[in-house]
Design a binder for this molecule. Structure first.
Ligand SMILES: C[S@@+](CC[C@H](N)C(=O)[O-])C[C@H]1O[C@@H](n2cnc3c(N)ncnc32)[C@H](O)[C@@H]1O
Length: 312
């Protein structure tokens, strides 16, 4: 199985992580370990990298890629929401940089054999961490129609959620839906033809995104993490988050806004009386987006956005 390097916005991440030799850095989403490799090189000789991924295949791959630096690296097969416990257990009080490169990796899409892609005929699984119980198969074949509608609408912003859920429930009455391509066909049939042909994206894109988010509880984990992020960083430490859709970016944006300016005093008060102390400062008001050149080379970068903030 070949892992491909697909690190998105590498140049920008590298520049804005502001890394120095001796730093302690966390890569919360190792994936193909492209960002991790650039990070470790920037913090040597005495820096330390903590690498996390909930997918064991990513950890195995990162172990090989980062082997030459093994004295300065520790890898954890965990969810990044476990980072406080990981730091605690290793006696680390705070870190200089944290990177979150959200979503799934090209390896999971192409070689995962877990039904992430609507272009493949694979078992409907979609778990990034195969230790978890909930699979896409279970959601598709046993959740109530209303629950399906809710998932497709909330996590996929799919305007045909009702039609898709109805068609799934009708189909599974006869026989369970086992594979990604069966599901993709059902979705395509449920959507009116004029919204299927000549569209920029495959008609199953949003439903597949929604399912993946639901299976991996992606937004919940991100929210939990963003709530505690200032407590994990040292003063001046940097957070870089690459998101791939508006639901993720909204969570990051709102959390940063709260840490930057969460004063709850009435607007007409001349001074702050609620005692709010800013904890983070965004480096850019708007997120950075990839260059046209990067998108041409790697179309998966198309929808990515990078937010950078510093602990104050
Ligand atoms: C876009 S890829 C990361 C690519 C990587 N930065 C690189 O340079 O190749 C996302 C990775 O994050 C992992 N991941 C997503 N959400 C996670 C979470 N909540 N906790 C741990 N790992 C997560 C996925 O398993 C996947 O391997």
């Amino acid at each position: 199985m070949g892992f491909e390097h697909t690190s998105v916005m590498s140049q920008e991440v590298h520049e804005h992580q502001n890394l120095k030799p001796g730093n302690i850095s966390v890569d919360c989403t190792l994936g193909g370990a492209g960002h991790a490799l650039a990070t470790i090189k920037a913090i040597l000789p005495d820096g330390f990298l903590i690498g996390i991924d909930q997918d064991l295949e990513a950890i195995d791959h990162a172990e090989k890629t980062l082997q030459p630096f093994k004295e300065n690296v520790r890898l954890f097969h965990n969810n990044f929401s476990d980072l406080p416990e990981i730091l605690n257990a290793n006696g680390i009080k705070g870190v200089n940089s944290i990177l979150l490169d959200l979503g799934f990796s090209l390896n999971q899409l192409k070689n995962g054999n877990r039904g992430f892609s609507f272009n493949k005929n694979e078992p409907l699984d979609m778990r990034m961490d195969i230790r978890n119980d909930l699979t896409a198969f279970e959601i598709i074949n046993s959740f109530q129609e209303d629950e399906l509608i809710n998932i497709f609408f909330k996590f996929g912003e799919e305007k045909f959620s009702r039609r898709i859920a109805k068609r799934i429930v009708e189909t599974r009455r006869d026989t369970p839906i086992h594979t990604s391509s069966e599901l993709a066909q059902i979705i395509t049939k449920a959507i009116p033809a004029k919204f299927v042909y000549g569209q920029r994206i495959h008609p199953a894109t949003r439903t597949f995104q929604a399912l993946r988010i639901a299976v991996n509880r992606e937004l919940e984990r991100l929210e939990t993490f963003m709530e505690i992020v200032p407590s994990l960083l040292l003063k001046g430490g940097r957070l870089c988050v690459i998101s791939f859709h508006s639901l993720e970016d909204r969570i990051v944006k709102q959390a940063l806004r709260k840490f930057e300016g969460g004063c709850t005093c009435p607007k007409n008060l001349p001074i702050c009386l609620c005692g709010f102390v800013p904890q983070m400062k965004s480096i850019f008001r708007k997120p950075l987006i990839p260059t046209k050149e990067e998108i041409a080379l790697n179309p998966m970068a198309r929808s990515s956005k990078l937010r950078v903030a510093q602990k104050v």
